[in-house]
Write a protein that binds this ligand. Sequence first.
Ligand code: UDP
Ligand code: MG
Length: 335
Amino acid sequence: MYNTNKYCRLIIVIPCYNEETVLPLIAPQFLKKLYCLIENGKISNESGILFIDDGSKDKTWLIVKELCLKDIHYNGVSLSRNRGHQNALMAGLMEAKDSCDITVSIDCDGQDDLDAIDRMIEKYKDGYEIVYGVRSKRDKDTWFKRTTAEAFYHFMNFMGVESIYNHADFRLVSSRVLNEFEKFHEVNIYLRGMIPMVGFPSTSVYYERKERLAGESHYPFSKMLSLAFDGITSLSIKPIHVITSVGFAITILSVLAVLWAVFCRFTGKTVSGWTSLICVICFFGGAILTSLGIIGEYVGKAYMEAKARPRYIISERTYSRHNINYSEREDVENE
Ligand code: UDP
Ligand code: MG
């Protein structure tokens, strides 16, 4: 299982949404890293960087295009509207996969350690097809972000979603894995839970997470909650099992309660019972509504999957369709 192609082609895939403040600072750092890897003979000269503009409302796409004019190793693709981090990343990976041997996906905010890429490539050369970047510490995150993020991973695992603890979307994935991953046609995507499903040898490298270089996080608490909810409902049916078990337990309790009520009725110990009645009605009302809501969520997901709308639409590329060429700039035709 040795990956013998010593000079592999790497594409660094970077989703960007409203990152005009951070992009001019971080782009040269990515390029420096790329040149360093090329000079050290770790990757081929045909490697490059691919920015995905996720329908930004600021100057992000203009900055990407300017960067592309400055260096051959930059390329960019723009989505027709904002589709969210996961879809933007998916767009980048699918665009990159036929023009490289390996991809490394990384956020655009400078929080992930670029030096970990060297170690990821070494692991790839040792035969691993997927290398997860795992945060060894999160002390640069705020207490709230750290605590909620950790609770998020534990909860996801409890709910049956196999995910790597403290790994976000900083990872190396080979084009071989991506070609198999392409066959996963679902519309609701949660990449950190789906990539492990593809299989192939995988490992982790550890790094310290830094602070954002500039700008603000796009994942406030509410968005993180919805990511967790989407992740669970797209990848696991454990909540339905939990509902079934709870429903079963409540049914047994109800039978006991009915027996008790009948017993009281015949022994003449009937009390007004208004409070308990209201409590029971409220409890069951709540339980039924919650259960219906969760089941509805799955029905909704099935509805979206049945429609099979495209996950993203590409409006512009800085390279010709289906082939990202990092050795010479081509004329581009865009849709
Ligand atoms: N991002 C994106 N589309 C969105 C939101 C975010 O492409 O709708 C990108 C963003 O530009 C960044 C990455 O996803 O490169 C992670 O976002 P962020 O740093 O805000 O998340 P955090 O690290 O705080 O969880
Ligand atoms: Mg970030």
